[in-house]
Design a protein around this ligand. Structure first.
Ligand SMILES: Cc1cc2nc3c(=O)[nH]c(=O)nc-3n(C[C@H](O)[C@H](O)[C@H](O)COP(=O)(O)OP(=O)(O)OC[C@H]3O[C@@H](n4cnc5c(N)ncnc54)[C@H](O)[C@@H]3O)c2cc1C
Length: 400
């Protein structure tokens, strides 16, 4: 029987970030991941799953010592953002220089962030990576939690952290109720070559009931798209011929970057909002998608998960320093309160956006166009919106 202080179920981006951040805290950590990651092929075309990484996550990844390794590879650094509503005057733009920043964020392949964190975790002497790990059972005792793997391996931990994604096995085993709702959208993702260069600007257009984001990659003519559409339309766009798809994409995107050509397969993901009723319990904490999932329209999902990690690292390091029991729910409440609040605010904002931009009623359209115009021109509004998007309004102590 192996014994650790923290057992993290799920070695995705969020679980690995937590493991790396606990190195040096005096806590022994195990990460249990069901799949062994494939080595990255630098010459392969860009992967379909990418994330817009904001300034707060950049700070976290820098603290973890992986940032320089990530940006030495293939990343899209962007300097501007533009959001508009199709067939209307509603539009808002942001650019780094006029707002006092030297960039607004990065578009990075998830696999690249994952690989850098995996390599880092392998070098951390207090972290044990167990992969592939097939979990069979978990039980919570007074002083320890007990994990059993299908191969018979047993593990005890003072705290078990669920970082096992949206359909978290651990959350289900702990019987934590989940509030969830269907966004009635599927996200279609693909890589697109554009006739005109993207000029390092992330663009998003709201059209009827669709939301289309063009995220600039390192190649000036390549963008990763996230196109959120009602399920039937998303499936139709996935199955359309390349020509039909390219044409529909250009129209939806107002021809903003000239002709578009799809360069990859097209994948679709059903979008569901999720909010766990508890983010912590007796010898239990949830982080990342295991605790919450949101609509990708603002590209904030993993950024939110990384801030869970920063907050939990702050708390666990403090408890360990003070010699307290890291698995006591009483001590985990501070983490839970603060991250439930941030997730609730984010979920409510995404829901607000979804509802505001749904429907074509002329009065509602006029209202939102005026709103966008005002936000674009009123002094101070853009600064606040940008700080929120960059994650700088709500930085956990470890990153300040
Ligand atoms: C289309 C789309 C676009 C997005 N774009 C952005 C964006 O631009 N910016 C952004 O911030 N976010 C974005 N997101 C959200 C982001 O992808 C997720 O929030 C993020 O991947 C969650 O990371 P995670 O580590 O919490 O979960 P996951 O990535 O789901 O990782 C969970 C890990 O746990 C492992 N696991 C699962 N079950 C078990 C088990 N029983 N035992 C052991 N291991 C297990 C899995 O193998 C996996 O490695 C987007 C999401 C979608 C769908």
């Amino acid at each position: 029987m192996q014994s650790v202080d923290v057992a993290i179920v799920g070695g995705g981006m969020v679980g690995l970030a937590l493991a790396c951040g606990l190195q040096g805290s005096g806590l022994r950590v195990a990460v249990l991941e069901q799949t062994v990651p494939e080595p990255l092929d630098q010459d392969a075309p860009p992967a379909l799953r990418v994330s817009a990484i904001n300034a707060a996550s950049e700070k976290l990844l820098t603290h973890l010592g992986v940032w320089s390794n990530i940006i030495a590879r293939r990343v899209g650094r962007y300097h501007g953002m533009e959001v508009w509503e199709k067939d209307s005057f509603g539009r808002i733009t942001f650019d780094d220089q006029s707002m006092g920043y030297d960039h607004l964020g990065y578009i990075i392949e998830n696999a690249l962030i994952h690989q850098a964190l995996w390599e880092k975790a392998q070098q951390c002497k207090d972290v044990t990576l167990i992969a592939p790990a097939e979990l069979q059972q978990v039980a919570w005792g007074e002083n320890d939690a007990f994990l059993t793997l299908k191969d018979g391996t047993m593990l005890t931990a003072r705290l078990v952290v669920g970082a096992d994604g949206a359909n978290s096995w651990l959350r289900n085993k702990a019987d934590i109720p989940l509030t969830f709702w269907d966004y009635h959208h599927y996200a279609l993702v693909a890589t697109i070559r554009t006739e005109e260069p993207h000029q390092a600007v992330a663009r998003q257009v709201f059209h009827n009931d669709g939301i289309l984001a063009f995220l600039p990659l390192s190649d000036p003519h390549l963008c990763s798209i996230v196109w959120s559409l009602p399920p039937e339309q998303a499936k139709a766009m996935q199955q359309a011929s390349d020509d039909e798809f390219n044409q529909a994409l250009c129209v939806a995107f107002d021809n903003r970057l000239g002709l578009c050509e799809v360069q990859s397969e097209r994948q679709v993901y059903p979008l569901t909002g999720r909010y766990a009723r508890q983010f912590a319990g007796h010898r239990l904490a949830l982080v990342g998608d295991a605790a919450h999932t949101i609509h990708p329209l603002a590209g904030q999902g993993v950024n939110l998960g990384f801030m869970d990690v920063a907050e939990l690292i702050t708390e666990l390091r403090r408890l360990s320093r003070e010699g307290k029991d890291i698995g006591q729910h009483l001590y985990l409440r501070r983490y839970e309160r603060s991250r439930k609040h941030s997730a609730a605010v984010m979920l409510a904002s995404m829901q607000g956006f979804r509802e505001l931009f749904a429907g074509t009623h002329p009065a509602k359209k006029l209202l939102r166009d005026i709103g966008l115009k005002l936000a674009d021109t009123l002094p101070g509004v853009k600064t606040q919106l940008l700080r929120q998007a960059l994650g700088l309004n709500d930085l956990p102590e470890w990153l300040r």
